[in-house]
Design a protein around this ligand. Structure first.
Ligand code: F6R
Length: 606
């Protein structure tokens, strides 16, 4: 949800800002803009649309020259995507870029209008910029302190004061912000990949800390103006991880990175063929002692939680509630002490997931976060953290982050089941060994590319699709359906196969293809009956089936056979063709695969 950057140093500031914004476009791409201090004047260039538009504009009209500036890539919340609503906002004296939502901006705006201010945009951000000007005393820290005391909501702000052309100010609350630390140059960014080309060292800003970023160094203060001693972190990601590396799209690259991502995520959590989360602060005994387990997340991460529910309930015989974070936080959930809340989040910044976590904590539950981004808000707030090691995920449609979340859910399920005495040590060891073997099986699934490409070519003209499955396959088909709709823009739904007859089957015609997933023995006959029912009503069926499932000839129009793996773990393998199917459908439709319309990667507003 919007990306912000800042730079001060000897390089051409506009170039660095644009370069850094390119790495943050996954956070929104409704408009882009920069502000650079040129000979003591704050110069702004901004326009609607992708960063490429801004680049073209600056080629035609010239770019601002200077060594100190801020930049923004927008995911529109208040005010449509337009030149005028693009950031930066402000006036000649104070100019800002903002990521977040100011909840009381209307009241502030009314007040400022009564004080003689006028507004050009519909954004909440412009009110903050003008409030900053209103409170300006010649002392930026005092000014920022007054402003943050008044605004409600979430914000990460990069601020330029004309009177202080040798520095950038920054402050955040509930939206992420880091300060990149270089040699004689320093940076500001919403996320680490933006600065990786220049430095790996960074400082994480905490709630309402104010950073003063100068060429020669960075100082961070609290709102009482006390200088803080901040830890400098070093990113351990490979610089190339944020580049496409020869693949046409980040999504395809990230699908291919899954075997490695799973391996680097699970191997540190396996010792002597058993799951081992002692470093993360829990073990089988601790997990088994909880009364209830809640899994809460959004979107794809919630779908990983659904797989977790099925596996934990199946193996550990313990009820698990999976909830969408935006529902959980407002439905007064029955969570209490002695319960465990597992939150799953790639970014670690999703506003609803974070609020759900806070709610669970306030009710006395223990919280465990499965997070990909180190030092993110959710990781810092949870009692226990399992970091997934997917590396940076740039494509808006999540693939490798989902896969590693699912892998961790399986290991946790083995651990709970063993702790509750529902599986023997031998069975737990066997399952864990099978999991250790999964990266190879997932790798084998990459060879399904051509079949998926062919199947995708048959889906292109559909107006709507159905995904069906039972049990774990149903959990998985939820993710398959989301992936397809978010990047191909074809409407799709996932249905528990047994539910079709209760209404949905009336939608089936020859224009509604059905994607069926069958990996679980014992349920295969039931789902195959459902496949026959939809086929009899004209649907074109693509069937993704495990190798050991017996199929009659002609049961489906296209059959994609999965490589052999343990049955319980096969949904991880089946995720690959589902991702590829979505990917190729989007490519064949000519869509922007990595940046689907209306979406942003990190949803830091509710
Ligand atoms: C879809 C997708 C989203 C995210 C969701 C939660 O491909 O990526 O549905 O899973 O927005 O994001 P995180 O995991 O960052 O909390």
């Amino acid at each position: 949800m919007c990306g912000i950057v800042g730079y001060i140093g000897d390089k051409d500031c506009a170039d660095v800002l644009v370069d850094s914004l390119e790495k943050l476009e996954y956070r929104g791409y409704d408009s882009a803009g920069i502000a650079v201090i040129e000979k003591g004047i704050i110069k702004v260039e901004k326009c609607k649309g992708r960063l490429a538009n801004l680049k073209d504009k600056m080629v035609l009209e010239g770019k601002p020259c200077g060594g100190c500036g801020i930049g923004h890539t927008r995911w529109a919340t208040h005010g449509e995507p337009s030149d005028i609503n693009s950031h930066p906002h402000g006036n000649k004296r104070v100019t800002i870029v903002h990521n977040g939502i100011i909840e009381n901006y209307r009241q502030i705006k009314e007040f400022l209008i009564s004080e003689g201010y006028s507004f050009v945009s519909e954004t909440d951000t412009e009110t903050v910029a003008k409030l900053m000007d209103y409170y300006y005393t010649g002392d930026p820290i005092e000014t920022i302190t007054k402003v943050v005391a008044e605004v409600k909501g979430s914000y990460a702000l990069g601020i330029l004061f004309r009177d202080f052309p040798d520095r950038i100010y920054a402050v955040r609350k509930d939206s992420p912000l880091i300060v990149g630390v270089g040699e004689n140059e320093n940076f500001l960014a919403s996320d680490v990949p933006a600065i990786m080309k220049y430095t790996r060292d960074y400082i994480l800003l905490e709630q309402n800390e104010i950073a003063v970023v100068k060429r020669e160094g960075v100082k961070v203060y609290n709102t009482h103006r006390e200088l803080l001693n901040k830890e400098v972190y070093t990113a351990d990601w490979d610089v190339d991880a944020a580049e496409k590396g020869g693949f046409e799209h980040f999504m395809l690259k990230e699908i291919h990175e899954q075997p490695t991502a799973v391996s680097t995520t699970i191997m540190p959590r396996i010792s002597d063929n058993m799951p081992d989360f002692t470093v993360e602060g829990f073990d089988a005994k601790k997990l088994a002692a909880y009364k209830h387990i809640f899994i809460v997340a959004c979107g794809t991460a919630m779908h990983a939680g659904m797989v977790g529910k099925y596996v934990i309930e199946k193996l550990a015989r313990m009820p698990v509630v999976v909830d969408i974070a935006s529902e959980f936080r407002y439905r007064d959930p029955l969570i209490a002490e002695n319960d465990l809340m597992i939150v799953i989040s790639q970014s670690g910044e999703t506003a609803d997931t974070k609020a759900a976590l806070e709610l669970a904590k306030s009710r006395g539950a223990d919280t465990l976060a499965i997070v990909n981004v180190k030092g993110s808000s959710i990781a810092r707030e949870a009692d226990m953290v399992v970091y997934t090691h997917a590396g940076p995920e740039i494509s808006v449609a999540s693939t490798k982050a989902y896969m590693v979340q699912v892998a961790i859910m399986y290991l946790i399920a083995f651990e709970v089941a063993y702790g509750r005495g529902q599986i023997t040590k031998e069975e737990c060891e066997r399952l864990t060994r099978e999991m250790a073997h999964m990266p190879e099986v997932i790798e084998e699934a990459m060879c399904l590319k051509e079949q998926c490409q062919y199947a995708a070519s048959k889906l292109l003209n559909a107006d709507s699709l159905l995904y069906i499955g039972r049990g774990l396959d149903y959990a998985l088909s939820m993710e398959g359906s989301l992936k397809l709709k978010e990047i191909s823009y074809i409407h799709s739904e996932s249905y528990a196969a047994g539910e079709l007859k209760h209404g949905t089957i009336s939608l089936i015609t020859e224009n509604m293809p059905v994607i069926a997933v069958v990996t679980q023995k014992g349920l295969e006959e039931k789902t195959i009956s459902n496949i026959k029912e939809v086929k009899a009503r004209g649907a074109m069926v693509v069937l993704i089936a495990a190798k050991n499932i017996e199929l009659e000839d002609g049961v489906a129009d296209i059959v994609i056979r999965l490589p052999e793996g343990d049955e319980l773990l096969t949904p991880m393998v089946a995720a690959v063709p589902l991702q590829l199917l979505a990917y190729y459908t989007s490519v064949l439709k000519g869509n922007d695969v990595d940046k689907p319309r209306n979406l942003a990667k990190s949803v830091t507003v509710e």
